[in-house]
Design a protein around this ligand. Structure first.
Ligand code: BGC
Length: 734
């Protein structure tokens, strides 16, 4: 029996149908199941056949875990959301699950899953192919485990390295983040799973997220956070967008007519549906009229189920027009048809161990080597003894916490760490660096790092010390500072004093302060490494693969360099009241490297920075235009070192008179030693444009632009000037 037939039959057998639908006769035919029709037509046909009760059932999802202590409703898979079947129409039940790094719930095979490394690692690969492969992997797991909708596609910008959810996202630059997340979304949806770009929009801090107002000039918003969404949506064509918890200039995202109706749906042409975040709905008609299409788990998280009784009443009174109800349902149905959810797509069992390799490869492409004095790395595979210290490296690698945390299919090798409740449990993925380093290098020892003196002794007795340091971060809170917790700075100091050949591997949500930096030989940022993390780290340290990741965010020296040195109420157990609003006009659109450039601050490591095991030379840098008049940069990249590696030549543009540069393009170029390749790098038109609010369009002003070839946002290798005519680039959803 086909999957759809099975699910409908099961629903028919188990469910008595939904309230009210029992009175409507079963349609003789189901013309909307004709796959030769367009998704729009199919959606129109099914909406026309639906009763109002059926429509109201589609515009709200229940919490999928609501019956965790008792039996689930038929077909519910314990995910974040569940929509019961409508047997009369042959509609199967629908299951939603988190999230960006992998499937977080056990699904129909009752197993854990495989986690990609942090979204920051995928972004650091600067390689859409890596993001696409990761998307295909997690989409395939979602499909195989019985889900239909993956709440994956986080593209909130890193405005603050202390944001507890940065690891779910793709860094500070809108063009990079939009490109990477767009590629991931595409990969997910190729597996017949709806992807969800979130959290729309400017949900860039967790502290006070349910009420915090992100205050920002609308043009600055367009040129930063919204630009990331615009590109991710245009490139990935996600079926859904999740509105965020926060307010924007005083109005809740889920009630924001300008954001949802005007920008997302009208201007960008988004044809999918907007679902709320869990507990993010505050009204019925107001939200629905502002563009929200579906309430998520309102019965569990909202004050009331606004999209049920209150919205029915508004329909009866005429405040909420029937045409809008139909539009909401049509958007949902169109998405389900467009992405093959309602057609007969197979659900293959998940190949977990093959998927672990996809996760491993993602970290190999996205770990960033920050320091490597005297070629300390790669480690020698023969004749070098290594003292491995700390970070539970004998057991696994740390994961970030909250709704995106994936329970590894191989279990949690370090259970019981605090907090064990929300936003925990703190999880480790079962991929132990020690095991893989032993395989590759042989002479390794392990010290847990709990006593700096003992660790120093172990380090002194080995040729090289590799210290793993960790900092857990999670959804629902921001870290108050950038310090490493649990006395780990003292641990690194003691080890480095005992053995200057010390390598530090960071498993963090991004930047941390490194007071010991000058005294260690090498530092590698492994982010949250994911289910293949231990193996990837070992292969990178021993040079089986060379690091090629580049920072997708600026790494500040300390908090004082940030636009907001302190976050009121930050911290997991903070008793301080969070602020009512956050002033993002301080940096406006000049997020990250642009903030550093504008305020003439020097970060510890710049956006785009990262080392490898070889060297690259650039020659014949040129800029011309393609047939449409869009600028294209060209450069020949040569691997001038002795080992294979991959480089990321980056192109930044500065309009004449502008204060800051913008990343407009890049290439990831893998080369054998001695090999060279000429690469073409088309520049993203929206990185050249400003948003003209009066005219309501993007505008590339006629004039001259500086085009820089660079190794990072601050390390410029060449510069050209290009003259452009006036243009008005349009970027729309497909
Ligand atoms: C998060 C979303 C998540 C949802 C469902 C919310 O708390 O903000 O990212 O998808 O929960 O678990």
């Amino acid at each position: 029996m086909s999957d759809i037939a099975r699910r409908s039959a099961l629903a028919l057998a188990l469910a008595a149908g939904i309230a009210g639908s029992a009175h409507a006769a079963e349609p003789v035919e189901r013309p909307w199941m004709d796959r030769s029709l367009s998704p729009d037509r199919r959606a129109d046909l099914i909406v026309a056949a639906m009763t109002d009760d059926e429509k109201f059932r589609m515009i709200r999802a229940d919490f999928g875990q609501v019956k965790e202590k008792g039996p689930n409703p038929p077909g519910a898979l314990n995910g974040a959301g569940f929509i019961p079947a409508i047997p009369r129409l042959g509609l199967p039940f629908l299951n939603e699950t988190d999230a960006g790094l992998g499937v977080t719930r056990d699904g129909s095979d009752h197993k854990g899953a495989i986690s990609l490394p942090a979204g920051l690692a995928t972004a650091a690969s600067f390689d859409p192919a890596v993001a696409h492969a990761g998307g295909r992997m997690i989409g395939g797991e979602a499909r195989g485990k019985g889900y239909d909708i993956l709440l994956s596609g986080g593209v909130n910008l890193t405005r603050d390295p202390r944001n507890g959810r940065n690891f779910e996202y793709a860094g500070e630059d809108p063009v990079l983040a939009g490109t990477i997340v767009g590629a991931a979304v595409k990969g997910i949806q190729e597996r017949h799973i709806v992807a969800t770009v979130k959290h729309f929009a400017i949900n860039d801090l967790e502290t006070g997220r349910n009420t915090l107002s992100s205050d920002i000039d609308p043009v600055a918003l367009r040129e930063s956070d919204l630009l990331a969404f615009q590109l991710a949506i245009a490139k990935g064509d996600p079926g859904s967008v999740m509105s965020s918890y926060n307010r924007i200039n005083g109005t809740y995202a889920g009630e924001h007519d300008w954001l949802l109706n005007k920008v997302l749906k009208q201007e960008w042409g988004f044809k999918g549906y907007v679902m709320s975040d869990w507990g993010g709905v505050h009204s019925g008609a107001k939200a629905a009229l502002a563009g929200l299409d579906q309430e998520s788990a309102g019965e569990t998280f909202d004050k009331e189920v606004y999209f049920d009784k209150p919205l029915r009443a508004a329909l009866a009174s005429g405040e909420f027009p029937k045409a809008r109800l139909d539009d909401m349902v049509k958007r949902i149905m169109r998405t389900l048809f467009a992405h093959g959810i309602l057609d007969d797509a197979k659900r293959d069992p998940v190949a977990y161990e093959a998927d672990r390799i996809v996760a491993r490869n993602a970290l190999e492409a996205g770990a960033v080597l920050l320091r490597n004095e005297g070629g300390l790395l790669p480690l020698a595979r023969k004749g070098q003894s290594v003292a491995i210290i700390g970070g539970h490296a004998d057991k696994g690698v740390l994961a970030g916490g909250g709704s995106s945390a994936v329970a590894d299919v191989a279990g949690d090798p370090v259970p019981g760490l605090e907090p064990t409740g929300w936003p925990g449990p703190v999880r480790y993925h079962a991929s132990a660096p020690l095991e893989f380093m032993r395989k590759l290098g042989g002479k390794v020892s392990f010290d847990p790092g709990t006593d700096p003196a003992a660790a120093a002794k172990a380090a002194a007795g080995a040729d090289v010390a590799v210290v793993f340091v960790t900092k857990w971060a999670a959804e629902s809170f921001d870290t108050p500072d950038l310090a490493l917790p649990d006395n780990q700075d003292a641990l690194v100091e003691a080890v480095a004093k005992a053995n200057p050949k010390t390598v530090v591997v960071l498993e963090t949500n991004g930047p941390v302060k490194m007071p010991w930096l000058d005294r260690v030989g090498a530092v590698m940022e492994a982010w949250y490494p994911g289910s293949g993390g231990g193996e990837a780290i070992a292969r990178l340290l021993y040079g089986v693969t060379a690091p090629s990741g580049r920072l997708p965010l600026s790494w500040p020296k300390d908090e004082a360099q940030l636009p907001r040195p302190a976050i009121q109420g930050a911290g997991l157990n903070s008793k301080a009241k969070p602020a009512d609003n956050v002033d993002y006009n301080i940096e406006g659109a000049d997020v990250g490297y642009r903030w550093f450039e504008k305020t003439k601050r020097e970060p510890l490591f710049a956006f785009g920075y990262g080392l490898g095991y070889t060297s690259f030379a650039y020659s014949d840098f040129a800029v011309d235009k393609d047939a449409k008049g869009n600028p294209v940069a060209h450069v020949t990249v040569k691997n001038t070192g002795k080992v294979a590696g991959a480089d990321v030549p980056q192109i930044y543009v500065t309009a004449s008179g502008a204060a800051t540069r913008r990343l407009a393009g890049w290439a990831k170029v893998a080369l054998k030693p001695g090999a060279s390749r000429r690469v073409d790098i088309p520049l993203e038109p929206l990185a050249l444009a400003r948003y003209d609010d009066k005219a309501g369009r993007w505008h590339v002003a006629a004039g001259s632009y500086s085009v820089k070839l660079a190794r990072s946002a601050t390390d410029v290798a060449g510069e050209k000037t290009v003259t452009l005519g006036e243009s008005f680039p349009v970027v729309k959803a497909p």
